[in-house]
Design a protein around this ligand. Structure first.
Ligand code: SPV
Ligand code: MG
Length: 432
């Protein structure tokens, strides 16, 4: 056994299990082991976001007798780190011969060849994997602290945090569980938007704060019961300044990650209505006081206050939006949501280009409801950090329900609707 040999092992090691130990033991028998520890960003490109952050995972690994060094691996691809360490051996479980990591394996083999490095592939340990354990953890649930902090971690480690509206537990479960692989990349929704519009619509009420915060938070609790992903709460204009501390504390305590507060006053009207003539925007001074109050009401540092600017909705122009963004940022907002109801993203992109270079820059949030042709890659290019698909699951459900209800009326039976609805078995299996 030559202890001088260099051995490289790429790991996520979010939940350390016997499969990892087997690999590390094999690696340590070959030489000095450097673990290329995948960063949160690297992990998010091919599987679920890690429960433990990079630092926490590094501490655990460092204490193992098989591990000599730890080095960050910031892509799923090994090439960069292999070139740095030029290991004699790369050790990886043989599970990567199939699936999303197949290409990564081929490029690692090609790179190793350059200096005669060898790939060692211990047999994959069956019936144990982080993904399996995570599935079990989902069944147990999460803590408010772990859920709340996730949004901040996602903002730091992903190019774009992808959020979609959830108006009940069932939509929450879809968001929680759905993921796809496309072009060797992993895609999922990172969290949920608690929308005032859809929260009101499912209760048959207009989006004008007829549904009060307490009712909405009760609904949120049901979503919290069955999911672990972060939630962003649409707080409208936050209500009266005197009430803000109670709202923020309730949300924060429940494990919600952020509250979006918009700079409008008076009777609330949804921003996507074409007639905004009676809608008033708050003064900068007044709204800054609200932001300041909200910021000071946080219990946890990880809870984020997002200031939502309605200048473009109210046709006040980019200059006004920018002035407000800087003021709100100075007042303590953690992020800025710039809203628009244009068909094209031109105005929010013009805003973003300027705000990106401001010394008061904060992460920007986009809500592409009307400019839906805009791709996520373009939002990333313009510097947005969060995208919110604000109402899409309700908009999907409503026509589907209406169509089937109509068909049953027309046919006086439900047979003709069978092809449009899922078998009862699927619903039973969905919720076990
Ligand atoms: C919501 O979803 O309730 C929002 C976004 O606030 S919008 O409907 O575009 O105003
Ligand atoms: Mg709303």
């Amino acid at each position: 056994m030559n202890k001088k040999k260099r051995v490289y092992v790429g790991l996520s090691a979010d939940i350390l299990h016997e499969g990892h130990i087997k690999i590390l033991k094999t690696a340590a028998q070959l030489g000095d082991v450097t673990v290329g520890l995948l960063t949160d960003r690297a992990i998010s490109t091919y599987k679920k976001f890690p429960i433990l952050d990079y630092k926490q995972r590094a501490i655990v690994l460092k204490s193992l007798k098989y591990v000599k060094n730890i080095y960050p691996q910031d892509t799923l691809d090994y090439t960069k780190n292999l070139k740095i360490f030029k290991p004699d051996f790369l050790v990886h479980g043989d599970d990567w011969k199939k699936g999303i990591q197949k290409k990564t394996r081929s490029s690692a083999i090609k790179t190793l060849k350059k200096w005669g490095g060898k790939l060692v592939e211990p047999k994959y340990t069956k019936n144990i994997s982080s993904s399996l354990i995570k599935k079990k953890i989902l069944e147990i649930g999460t803590t408010p602290d772990a859920r709340r902090t996730k949004l901040k971690r996602l903002i730091y480690s992903k190019d774009l945090v992808r959020i979609i509206e959830s108006h009940n537990s069932l939509t929450g479960l879809i968001i929680e569980k759905l993921n796809i692989n496309k072009n060797e990349k992993y895609f999922e929704f990172d969290g949920m938007w608690s929308s005032s519009l859809t929260d009101s619509a499912v209760r048959g009420k207009p989006d004008n704060q007829s549904v009060d915060y307490s009712t909405r938070i009760l609904g949120l609790n049901e979503i919290l019961d069955v999911t672990t992903k972060p939630i962003i709460f649409d707080a409208d204009n936050g209500g009266r300044i005197e009430h803000i501390p109670y709202l923020i504390k309730s949300l924060d305590r429940a494990g919600i990650s952020a509250a979006v507060i918009e700079d409008k006053v008076g009777l609330k009207k949804n921003s996507l209505f074409s007639d905004q003539s009676k809608v008033k925007q708050d003064s900068i001074g007044n709204f800054c006081k609200k932001i300041d109050k909200a910021t000071k009401s946080k219990i946890s540092d990880d809870f984020l206050i997002v200031a939502r600017i309605e200048s473009l909705i109210l046709e006040k122009g980019i200059k006004d939006a920018l002035k407000r963004a800087e003021a709100y940022s100075k007042a303590g907002a953690d992020a800025i949501l710039i809203h628009s109801k244009e068909k094209k993203p031109t105005e929010i992109f013009n805003f973003a280009r300027k705000f990106k270079n401001s010394k008061y820059y904060k992460p920007m949030v986009a809500v592409p409801s009307t400019y839906s042709a805009t791709r996520e890659k373009d939002l990333i290019k313009e510097g947005f950090k969060i995208v919110i698909y604000a109402n899409h699951l309700l908009r999907a459900a409503y026509p589907a329900m209406l169509g089937v209800a109509k068909d049953i009326l027309r046919n006086q039976r439900s047979l003709e609707s069978e092809s449009k609805i899922v078998p009862i078995k699927e619903i039973i299996n969905l919720i076990k």
